[in-house]
Ligand binder design. Structure first.
Ligand code: SF4
Ligand code: SF4
Length: 209
């Protein structure tokens, strides 16, 4: 923590909260050094030294808790409570809490909006089979999306043989239904199924992409 940083409005440099290591007791196990995420400690000659004492988080005493030989001590907690009272930090803390909650609410709202988008169905792949012969199926597809915010894309018609097609041999078709405005297309899907049914074709599969 930089020297001019504040702790709830109080200059951090005015708060004497930091660990003190009794070098004679320290056995150099490095637990405090590896536990502290704020870079307070360095290991020197197999002893823990709080070289960045003012980076210690006010009120934290985790390294003291994990030290197996109780070599780490902190000032009495009354010191912090006295500072809190004298500096009337509660108003500042309440404001900070409000801002934190607003930030969390914004994050939650964003996550909910992203979830809603993820739940949208904007592309579905259909596979159908049957006799396409004289049915002018493509023309009907065109009419179905005319002046609608939907489209059929990646159309593929597989006809086994031309002669077979002339004799009404079943063919296979796949296509995808999409929204031209990235909107949900679920309301349009019944029209597609109806189109398939009306033409006596078989719906082989329908998959959300
Ligand atoms: S009390 Fe917490 S922040 Fe301070 S030195 Fe120990 S582990 Fe790091
Ligand atoms: S946890 Fe205790 S014994 Fe281990 S290095 Fe830190 S001060 Fe020393």
């Amino acid at each position: 923590m930089a020297k001019d940083e504040l702790w709830h409005g109080i200059p951090r440099k005015d708060i004497p909260w930091y660990p003190t290591v009794d070098a004679d007791t320290c056995i150099g196990c490095t637990l405090c050094y590896t536990t502290c995420g704020r870079g307070v400690y360095e290991m020197q000659d197999n002893k823990a030294v709080p070289v960045n004492a003012m980076s210690c988080m006010v009120g934290c005493s985790t390294c003291g808790t994990v030290c197996p030989v109780q070599a780490i001590t902190f000032p009495a907690r009354d010191l912090i409570w006295k500072l809190e009272r004298e500096n009337k930090i509660f108003k500042i803390v309440r404001q900070e809490a409000k801002e934190k909650m607003a930030k969390q609410d914004a994050l939650k709202a964003r996550a909910a909006a992203e979830d809603a988008v993820a739940r949208l169905t904007t592309r579905v792949r259909f596979e159908i089979a049957g006799e396409f012969g004289e049915k002018r199926f493509l023309v009907q597809m065109e009419e179905a999306v005319k002046e609608q915010p939907y489209d059929f894309i990646n159309l593929r018609l597989e006809v086994p043989t031309v002669q077979g097609a002339m004799q009404n041999t079943p063919a296979f078709m796949s296509f995808e239904v999409t929204s031209t405005e990235q909107e949900d297309i679920q309301g349009f899907l019944p029209n597609v199924r109806d189109l398939i049914r009306r033409n006596g074709l078989t719906l082989v599969s329908e998959n959300r992409l």
